[in-house]
Ligand binder design. Sequence first.
Ligand SMILES: Nc1ncnc2c1ncn2[C@@H]1O[C@H](COP(=O)(O)OP(=O)(O)OP(=O)(O)O)[C@@H](O)[C@H]1O
Ligand SMILES: [Mg+2]
Length: 230
Amino acid sequence: MSDAALEARGIRRVFRTGPETLEVLSGADFRLGRGEFAAIVGPSGTGKSTLLHILGGLDRPTAGTVLLEGEDIFRYSDSRLPGIRNEKVGFMFQFHHLMAEFTVLENVALPLLVARRPEREAWERAERALAEVEFTNRLNHRPAQLSGGEKAKAALARALVNDPLVLLADEPTGNLDTGSARQLMALFEKLSGERGTALVVVTHNLDFARRAARRLLLREGKLEDNGPEV
Ligand SMILES: Nc1ncnc2c1ncn2[C@@H]1O[C@H](COP(=O)(O)OP(=O)(O)OP(=O)(O)O)[C@@H](O)[C@H]1O
Ligand SMILES: [Mg+2]
C-alpha cells in the first residue's frame, strides 16, 4: 500500500469531437501526502479542470490511473465509482454547482442523504461543516440569495461534509473580492493543517498559490513540480 493520500500516474486525456482529437493531458504524474497542500497553476485552457475532475473520479482518463490511499479508483465500474468518490473525495467546482431549489443546509447535507446516512446525522454533520467554514447564519437561504463569498463557503462545506481524504477545489477564489478571497484562503490553510486533509487547489490567484507548500505547473499536458519557491 502506498502512503500517498493521492497519486496520479501517467494521466492522459484525449477528447474526440467529430473528426478532431485533442490531447489535453499527456502523462501527468503527481503524489500528495496526507495534510499536504498543493496548488495547480497554468494558463486558461491547459487542462487544469480536466485534470482535477480525473483526480476526483468525475471523469475517466484515456490512459493512466489515480490511486487514493494506494487504491486504483478506476478499477471500479461506473456504478461503484460514485460511491468511492462520495466516501473519499470532496470536490469544490469552478462554478460551485449548488442546487438552486435547495437551501444552504440542504445543499450541504445532500452528499450524506444521497449516501443514505440517517437524516439526523446528515443535518448535524451539515451544520458542523458549515460552522467549520464559519458560515452560521443564512442557512435557509437558497443559492441565488447568497453573496459570492457565501456561495463559496457553502460549496466548501458541502465538499467537507463527508470528511474526505482529499479535497479538490477548482478556482475557489475565482469571482471573489480580495477580502473574501483571503478569508477563504485562511480557511483552506486551517483545514489542511487541522484535519490532515490532502488539498489540491487549481488557482489563478498567485497570492493563494504562494501559500501552498507545493506548486505544480500544468504545461503541455504534464505537471512540473516547482517546489516551495516562487
Ligand atoms: N468534454 C470535452 N470535450 C472536448 N473538449 C474538452 C472537453 N472538456 C474540456 N475540453 C477542452 O480541453 C481543454 C482544457 O479544458 P479545461 O477546462 O480543463 O481547461 P482549464 O485549464 O481548466 O481552463 P480555465 O483556466 O479557463 O478554467 C480546452 O481546450 C477545452 O476546450
Ligand atoms: Mg478550469
